[in-house]
Design a protein around this ligand. Structure first.
Ligand SMILES: C[S@@+](CC[C@H](N)C(=O)[O-])C[C@H]1O[C@@H](n2cnc3c(N)ncnc32)[C@H](O)[C@@H]1O
Length: 294
């Protein structure tokens, strides 16, 4: 069933997926009732968590991009309920591995009762307590000047020898780990350049799908999106030579998803180091200089 877009209800299709056959589930589910005019909007938490746990391979990962929208004047708590129930209340638990804040520019306008949402959750769950595939070189960022000084400086000791200031960290050409808060510009030209895809009212930014697929999988691994919409996950999986399965209730959105795949060129992606060896040579400081002061 790999490399397929399936039109159907994921609660019916998931039981047909083989046990332990999926490396990564990357999805943005229907957020409670927030977009119920555009598409069906129900998350059956326990049922979904049980399916996810069963279909994931040991060491497989679930990236769950969700917001807690306002309903009847109150914030829903679906994302938090998922954390509690999937880690405690399903036959075999998923483990919460990380939690990213995906920052975005809040929509213009004002709300009289609360601030506009400026970020969404990306919860990372894993199956089993062991290690996972993780490589975020492509997400690294430049060091601040002070931090670069700290990781590269060599301090001349009184006896004349040189010792790295940050002893437990070798200078890293790839740059700084960005941390688990990431900013993604959204909207026309940023979310995707596939103009026809905006027929879907809640597209995920391609950069989000791309970053998380590259971080949590290797080429050839299997990526599933059970709420595939207009197919951002499956397009990015295809682009980076992963196998994909997309499940979506609506035929029209699936047609868009298929067109996006058809128009995508597969690439051999090699992340690029931010720094050269020379950049990271660093200065030699005297033993009483402190290279990192903030
Ligand atoms: C937030 S959107 C996903 C958008 C997607 N990430 C993209 O970039 O196009 C959620 C999607 O889930 C679909 N959906 C809702 N309930 C579903 C179900 N039970 N099975 C499959 N798809 C469902 C909706 O039609 C909608 O397209």
């Amino acid at each position: 069933m790999v490399n397929k877009l399936i039109v159907g209800d994921c609660y019916e299709v998931l039981p047909t997926i083989e046990d332990e056959s999926i490396d990564l589930i990357l999805t943005s589910p229907p957020y409670a009732e927030a977009r119920s005019k555009a598409y069906q909007s129900i998350v059956r938490i326990k049922e979904l968590g049980t399916h996810f746990e069963r279909v994931l391979k040991p060491g497989g990962v679930l990236c769950w991009n969700i917001g807690d929208p306002v309903e009847g004047g109150l914030k829903t708590t679906v994302s938090y309920q998922c954390v509690v129930r999937w880690t405690q209340d399903i036959p075999e638990p998923l483990y919460l591995h990380d939690h990213y804040a995906l920052l975005k520019d809040p929509m213009p306008g004002k709300s009289s009762q609360r601030s506009r949402p400026g970020w969404e959750h990306m919860y990372i769950y894993k199956k089993g307590k062991g290690g996972i595939t993780f490589n975020n070189k492509h997400m690294r960022v430049r060091y601040t000047n002070a931090a670069k000084k700290a990781v590269t400086s060599r301090i001349r000791q009184q006896d004349g020898s040189l010792v790295k200031f940050t002893r437990n960290q070798s200078s890293d050409l790839w740059g700084k780990d960005p941390g688990n808060y990431l900013y993604y510009p959204l909207g026309s030209g940023h979310t995707t350049t596939d103009k026809y895809a905006y027929e879907h009212p809640a597209l995920m930014a391609e950069a989000i799908a791309e970053d998380f697929i590259l971080a949590f999988t290797e080429q050839g691994m299997v990526v599933l999106d059970p709420f595939n919409g207009a197919g951002t996950t499956t397009k990015m999986a295809y682009k980076h030579k992963r196998q994909y399965i997309g499940i979506e209730l609506e035929q029209t959105f699936t047609d868009i998803a298929q067109r996006r795949i058809n128009e995508t060129q597969q690439i051999e992606f090699e992340p690029k180091a931010i720094y050269t060896e020379r950049d990271m040579e660093g200065d030699v400081a005297e033993f009483n200089e402190i290279p990192y002061t903030n």
